[in-house]
Write a protein that binds this ligand. Structure first.
Ligand code: ZN
Length: 88
């Protein structure tokens, strides 16, 4: 059986089609320079098939959701959406 993973946008829940411009976001740790500062970085990168199955990656269906993910990250420190399936 072929391992066929269908991706859904972690922001809006849209299913990934063949030809659209998806992005990936991964949160990483940074050294905590100051007390009370978020010790997390937000890394946005173009869709990459090899990395797309990395469980640490968030999948975003386009610019709109990427912006939303960043906004969410900047306000809450997290990207996770309530709408997204809990696949991790
Ligand atoms: Zn989306």
């Amino acid at each position: 059986m072929v391992w066929d993973v269908s991706f859904t946008c972690d922001i809006c829940g849209k299913k990934k089609g063949e030809a659209n411009h998806w992005w990936m976001v991964v949160l990483g740790e940074v050294p905590c320079f100051e007390e009370g500062q978020p010790a997390v970085r937000f890394t946005l990168m173009p869709w990459n098939a090899a990395e797309s199955r990395n469980p640490a990656m968030y999948h975003l269906c386009g610019q709109g959701c990427a912006m939303q993910a960043m906004e969410r990250f900047m306000t809450t420190g997290e990207v996770e959406s309530d709408l997204a399936p809990n696949w991790r």
